[in-house]
Design a protein around this ligand. Sequence first.
Ligand SMILES: C[C@](O)(CO)[C@H](O)COP(=O)(O)OP(=O)(O)OC[C@H]1O[C@@H](n2ccc(N)nc2=O)[C@H](O)[C@@H]1O
Ligand SMILES: Nc1ncnc2c1ncn2[C@@H]1O[C@H](COP(=O)(O)OP(=O)(O)OP(=O)(O)O)[C@@H](O)[C@H]1O
Length: 304
Amino acid sequence: MTTTVRVPAKINLHLGVGAPREDGFHPLVTVYQAVGLYDDLTAAEAPDWRFGITVADHIEPGSVPTDGDNIVDHAADLLAAHHGIERTGDVLVTKAIPVAGGMAGGSADAAAALVALDRLWDAETSDDDLLGLAAQLGSDVPFALFGGTALGVGRGELVTPVVDTGTWWWVVVPSAEGLSTPEVYRHFDELFPDAPAEPPAADGLLAALASRDPHQLGALLHNDLQAAACDLRPDLEALIERGEAAGAIRGLVSGSGPTVVFLCESGDHARAVAGSLDESVVLVANGPVAGAHVVHYDTSGDPR
Ligand SMILES: C[C@](O)(CO)[C@H](O)COP(=O)(O)OP(=O)(O)OC[C@H]1O[C@@H](n2ccc(N)nc2=O)[C@H](O)[C@@H]1O
Ligand SMILES: Nc1ncnc2c1ncn2[C@@H]1O[C@H](COP(=O)(O)OP(=O)(O)OP(=O)(O)O)[C@@H](O)[C@H]1O
């Protein structure tokens, strides 16, 4: 049996961050949107556990661990332990989501692994249990199961879908160099020692989403980690200025960065803005799109 699960990248349309909690995590009020940049994870039956990865041209080979410490290995361990079974399977990730880019690529693969291995092992994990396991793997992982557009609270793991009937067009500019998420949060603490316990709410952003007007949405995009990411990577501000000068409605750091996303009016407008930027990698994606979902399933086959 072989199954392939496709899973999208995320951006944060609103990322409100509060002062760190006692457990070190930061309370968040965030609005996630899944956008059309995908990793595929294929899992086939095997007598033992094997893991491999192939990457798209814009991703540095070797930037993702294959030594047993991939988040996919951890997801498999967690699901197997939950059911009291052996971890087996031949798993291949085909990666297009930028690595350490603030687009939750690792989280996406963890979510895809939970969905694919649940099927491969005929484990019939309940949705609640799957979400609980996802939250243990990382704050962004539950959202990768949902996809669409959703509100995230807690440390980001408590997810509620929101109605979003718009189609939003984004130019996505990844960086060759990644940024570490914990480092960006640490720098946020240094820059904002008086951050409020309650993160800024997302009410304005949610109202703008309902308007379906990209100019209204553009005015409300918000990322409390942007100052920290730009301080660590001063080139990002100039990139945002270049994209906006090229006609984008608004540029924003994606999550903890360093990927920068630009909201545009339409697909044609996004392709025009992308064409006028001379960065080495410039992608176009729209959202919202579905979360981790099965795209291929058969009863025989080898993933490689
Ligand atoms: C920046 C975002 O992508 C925005 O959606 C997420 O907050 C990061 O989510 P993630 O990578 O899934 O994060 P996790 O794997 O849960 O945590 C990685 C590290 O990020 C920091 N972290 C993460 C989430 C959070 N609410 N507060 C934090 O301070 C912690 O240092 C933590 O050790
Ligand atoms: N399957 C995976 N894909 C990408 N990175 C992985 C994976 N497994 C482990 N990693 C490690 O996790 C680190 C963070 O990767 P990831 O691409 O998830 O960052 P990110 O997109 O910035 O995350 P987030 O937006 O959730 O903060 C990488 O530098 C890599 O060493």
